[in-house]
Write a protein that binds this ligand. Sequence first.
Ligand code: NAP
Length: 216
Amino acid sequence: MGSGDVGRRLGDGLIELGHSIKIGSRDPNKKDIVQWVSNHAREEGKGLSGTFTEAASFAELIVLATLWDGTPNAIKMADPKDFDGKVVVDITNPLDFSKGMPPRLAVGHSDSGGETIQRMLSESKVVKAFNIVGNPHMVHPNFPGGPPTMFICGNDEESKKIVTDKILTPFGWETVDIGGIEGSRLLEPLAMLWMIYYFRTSTGNHAFKLLRKPGN
Ligand SMILES: NC(=O)c1ccc[n+]([C@@H]2O[C@H](COP(=O)([O-])OP(=O)(O)OC[C@H]3O[C@@H](n4cnc5c(N)ncnc54)[C@H](OP(=O)(O)O)[C@@H]3O)[C@@H](O)[C@H]2O)c1
């Protein structure tokens, strides 16, 4: 769900892993989507587009890559039942652009976007992932310092394992699971840190890595 840079970039990566992707949008015929579908014309049936409801009903696993302010509407435009029981990878960052750039977090400290999404989709298994890096590095994050770390969280252990084993590891990430979905209270500010560095250096070529010494 989401036809922006994130939705299309992850769509590319997931098709490369052999999956069929239906990008959901309010307007599946918009230029960027038509171009994206045409880019995948040779992988027959793998790069598709549809409305939010068509994408949600098509999917075995749903990626939520919508603008924060539009996310409740996008979910409402799909049939909420199409989310039930499914893994929902939440990439959104709850950004407030009303005071200009850089944006601020619209929610935090005692709540988070991830928890908000989990409450909206109470029958889904929400996994917060990919929100702490710019879209050009989401797939194949090749950094000279080795694989960067993707911190993830969510309430369902099996869903986090699916996202790790089937998506993050094949893309080239090291994954660190920080616990339940309330971990989004940390991951969303971490995305702000990524963005602050981006605005101060005018470069998006950075990602986080957890360094460890051997032993305890
Ligand atoms: N850009 C990045 O590198 C990056 C990195 C990490 C996390 N994120 C987060 O990932 C999410 C997607 O980011 P993005 O840059 O790809 O795109 P975006 O511009 O934030 O979002 C585009 C998507 O949001 C949908 N949308 C916007 N307003 C809507 C509304 N009122 N009702 C329904 N849908 C609406 C658009 O629908 P239509 O297709 O109908 O226009 C489009 O599919 C955001 O939450 C962002 O904070 C972004």
